[in-house]
Design a protein around this ligand. Structure first.
Ligand SMILES: [Zn+2]
Length: 129
């Protein structure tokens, strides 16, 4: 793929993610940014326990979705950087070619299939710990 075409794909993906992020934020009645800044639990003392549970679950879902979107947007940012410095298409870890098929499917990925698997396994073991 040509660099300009890749840039367009990445820019379109970034715009799509930004739209989802904004939807998620506005769909939530809670100010997630504020919660993140204060780093604490929002008081649920005034709420019915069942409602609080549902809202907590919803908030956690929104937060993890937002975190995922942020991570994907970071990947896109990183991919654009790699395009600029000429390392796009090469694995961040081993420097081997990521492969046209994989890069086409995951334009923002910075890892070959082997290292992507390794990273996922590491992430999973951290989560389980
Ligand atoms: Zn690699």
């Amino acid at each position: 793929m040509e660099k300009d075409a890749i840039r367009q794909v990445l820019a379109a993906e970034a715009a799509r993610l930004a739209a989802i992020r904004d939807d998620t934020r506005s769909a939530s009645e809670l100010d997630i940014d504020q919660q993140m800044e204060s780093g604490g639990e929002i008081s649920v003392a005034d709420q019915h326990p069942a409602d609080a549970g549902t809202e907590t679950q919803y908030r956690e879902q929104s937060l993890s979705l937002l975190e995922q979107i942020e991570a994907e947007m970071n990947d896109i940012e990183h991919a654009l950087q790699k395009l600029a410095d000429g390392t796009y298409g090469k694995c961040d870890v081993c420097g081997e070619a990521i492969g046209d098929e994989r890069q086409k499917e995951l334009p923002a990925t910075a890892l070959c299939i082997d290292h992507a698997r390794q990273r996922d396994e590491v992430a999973v073991s951290y989560r389980d710990a």
